[in-house]
Design a protein around this ligand. Structure first.
Ligand code: MRU
Length: 339
């Protein structure tokens, strides 16, 4: 199911804060509302926020009252500043904005030609995202065997992308090849993307899934209940994978139990310009930790830490599945052991 669509000068998307209880589609007509939707996590997931930011620029261009190409370029630059401030960790957001702005700057001619080029580029990026995920799914499926139980963390599915998903795309790819695959989904505290979104989309597609709390990962691995781990990524820097908080725990436990740990991510998630030393980790509201839904679970006045992502050294990663193929990090500890 496509998570985001351009329709007659608006963007339609599923409000993920309402899932799984309600499926509510929202219509967004301007870039400021798009920026708020990204910030409030009505949509989330690295590839999807990239495409949403590109559509934000498309909305700005489509509805602009600018009289000249130069005026429109200035408006686009102002929108890009607002969109860049929404979420800091997923590199896809910055990659997407840079790509659309490059297209805008290269497009000569009238203001109308520029607006049309920006909208077309955003649409192209949305379509490419689906193609890229399907390619990743095909490559990744070669790592999955018939009968495997695959553990995943957070949501790296169609809801985190335009469609099909990265980590869940690999599972879909294996199933499309006729393999029997079962999934274990970690709930993913504090925002529960695993429980709310991964379980929702897998059940919707009749893919067998079992929910566990994050604290159960060691237990299920030690009991031989997990064959492989596949997760997504928000940014892959020179020495590490940045992904949803809790991913590092899963990776270390997988290593300890000799379970392959795979990361599925498009090339747009790669950031070779940085290392884990200079990675920016988003810190979110303390309320996400002190409350579960509307219920407060911690004493008033408690000090809280709420990093939304963590850093898994590449040593723990057996392979990175991309649309271009499967990459094995040089430093992979397991690789070193095999050598
Ligand atoms: O905070 P979120 O829900 O945007 O975090 C999402 C993740 O961490 C995903 O695992 C990641 O973006 C990969 S999505 C294909």
């Amino acid at each position: 199911m496509r998570t985001i669509e351009w329709k007659d000068g608006t963007v339609i998307l599923v409000d993920q804060t309402k899932l799984p209880n309600e499926v509510v589609w929202v219509k967004i007509a301007d870039y400021k509302t798009m920026a708020s939707a990204i910030k409030e996590m009505k949509l989330r997931g690295a590839p999807l926020i990239g495409v949403a930011a590109a559509y934000g620029l498309a909305l700005c261009a489509f509805h602009s009252k600018a009289k000249t190409r130069e005026e429109l370029l200035k408006e686009l630059e102002e929108s890009a500043v607002v969109l860049r401030k929404t979420r800091p960790t997923a590199v896809n957001l910055f990659w997407a904005i840079d790509r659309v702005m490059k297209k805008a700057n290269e497009t000569k001619g009238t203001k109308e030609a520029l607006a049309a080029a920006v909208v077309a580029e955003a649409q192209r990026m949305a379509d490419e995202d689906v193609e890229v995920n399907r390619k990743m799914g095909k490559h990744g499926a070669t790592l999955i065997e018939d009968g495997d139980v695959v553990l995943t963390h957070c949501n790296a599915g169609s809801l985190a992308t335009v469609d099909y998903g990265t980590a869940l795309g690999v599972i879909r790819g294996a199933i499309e090849e006729g393999k029997n695959v079962k999934v274990i989904s970690c709930e993913t505290r504090p925002r529960l993307q695993g429980a709310k979104l991964t379980c929702y989309e897998l059940m919707r597609d009749n893919i067998p899934v079992t929910l566990i709390s994050d604290t159960m990962v060691g237990y299920v691995m030690s009991r031989g209940m997990v064959d492989k781990v596949v997760v997504g990524a928000d940014r892959i820097v020179r020495d590490a994978v940045l992904n949803k908080i809790g991913t590092y725990n899963v990776a270390v436990l997988a290593f300890e139990h000799g379970i392959p740990f795979y990361v599925a991510a498009p090339m747009s998630t790669m950031d070779q310009s940085r290392s884990s030393e200079d990675a920016v980790i988003e810190e979110r509201s303390p309320q996400e930790v002190t409350n579960i839904g509307c219920e407060r679970i911690a004493p008033e006045g408690i000090k809280v830490l709420n990093p939304a992502f963590d850093i898994t050294p590449l040593e723990y990663v057996d392979a990175v599945i991309t649309e271009e193929g499967i990459l094995v990090p040089e430093v992979s500890l397991k690789k070193k052991r095999k050598d």
